[in-house]
Design a protein around this ligand. Structure first.
Ligand code: NAD
Length: 342
């Protein structure tokens, strides 16, 4: 009897996921089961019969959910994203569930979107666009700020941050400061200066966040940082929402201390982002308040969303699944952090 194909349950599916995974699967032949709902304690049971669960950024794979996935027979969690702060890796390891992610799919997609957000915010392009559609061609209120000559602080100069730092330094002529435990010599060679995080946060006119979310970086921008930052500071976050204490940010915006904010991510985005809630009342006072400021520009976790990135994500995800099923080593396997010796 021919063996039935390995079943992959894809949680939190959107049309673009379905399209790209189906296309990449044409050469693989897995049995893809698409579920619109996110992974939660209530939906984990749907994985019964699937050996693989494919998750995205807001599918919460904490210990209780992983226990349910293990009970349903899941042996591999394949994240179709780079960040993995939503998965309890220690619990997965204890339950003998392997976890893979897509460490690199298109840093260009995210870095270009970051620059796009920054330019839109600083030149008020989003506001001009809605005015012109209403035949309002007045320029009052649209005065912007140059990037050239300003001090830009890049927190995290990995794949995405390095491209952003390069664009800001070599493209726009900013004075670029960087903070990262790992120094990128190529950036130093073009004039990027590595400084400690506190100095960067104090000295930058523009702060753009590209480090992962870890206990060390959670609320990296908080009330104290905002109180000591340069007046008129611009903040861009295309990394993870919890890098910023959003309530402290609102306070600083109300005090007119912050000049502009562009956010593609938000700490409480799970259950809100990726869905059309335009007919609903959204019960999130912080998000709703943020959206009222004229100098806040928000998008709904869109920075990764290009044809090229989606194709690369689907291809790498299914490659990892193929390796897992064939018993080959997993190139993109995540391991649980080692406990620190006290
Ligand atoms: P990467 O691993 O290549 O780079 C992360 C960098 O952060 C590394 O150089 C690392 O040394 C550095 N870092 C770690 N801890 C730090 C700290 N405490 N302070 C300063 N730097 C620190 O990752 P990447 O591919 O460049 O992605 C960066 C982040 O972007 C990811 O963690 C992910 O959360 C986010 N992301 C968002 C989207 C989106 O659609 N908005 C898409 C992809 C990735």
């Amino acid at each position: 009897m021919p063996q039935s194909p390995t079943q992959i349950i894809v949680f939190g599916t959107r049309a673009y996921d379905r399209h790209c995974l189906t296309r990449a699967n044409a050469t693989q032949g897995f049995d893809l089961r698409f579920i619109d709902a996110p992974l939660t304690k209530d939906t984990a049971g749907l994985a019964a019969g699937a050996q693989i669960a494919c998750l995205f950024v807001n599918d919460m794979a904490d210990r209780p959910v992983l226990e349910l996935l293990a009970k349903a027979g899941v042996r591999l969690v394949a994240l179709r994203c780079a960040g993995y702060n939503n998965v309890d890796l220690a619990a997965a390891q204890a339950l003998d569930i392997a976890v893979v992610h897509v460490p690199s799919y298109s840093p260009h997609a995210v870095s270009e979107f970051t620059i796009g957000l920054l330019l839109s915010l600083e030149r008020k392009i989003h506001r001009a666009w809605s005015r012109v559609r209403d035949n309002n061609f007045a320029l009052d209120g649209l005065v912007g700020r140059n990037l050239h000559g300003r001090v830009a602080g890049v927190v995290g100069t990995g794949q995405i941050g390095a491209l952003v730092a390069r664009a800001l330094r070599a493209g726009f002529g900013c004075d670029v400061l960087a903070s990262d435990p790992v120094v990128d010599q190529g950036l130093v060679d073009i004039g990027v200066r590595y400084v400690d995080r506190a100095e960067l946060l104090r000295s930058a006119d523009i702060i753009t966040l590209h480090c992962p979310l870890t206990p060390d970086t959670r609320h990296l921008i908080d009330a104290a940082v905002l109180a000591n930052a340069r007046p008129g500071l611009t903040i861009v976050n295309t990394s993870r929402g919890a890098l910023i204490d959003a309530s402290a940010l609102i306070d600083a915006l109300k005090l007119r201390r912050v000049g502009g904010v562009a956010l593609d991510v938000y700490e409480q985005e799970a259950g809100i982002f990726f869905d059309d809630l335009s007919d609903e009342i959204v019960d999130d006072e912080v998000l709703q308040r943020l959206l009222t400021f004229p100098n806040v520009l928000m998008t709904g976790h869109q920075a990764f969303l290009t044809d090229e990135a989606l194709a690369a994500i689907a291809q790498t995800t299914l490659q990892s699944v193929g390796d897992f099923v064939a018993g080959r080593p997993l190139a993109h396997r995540l391991s649980a952090p080692q406990p620190r010796p006290d």
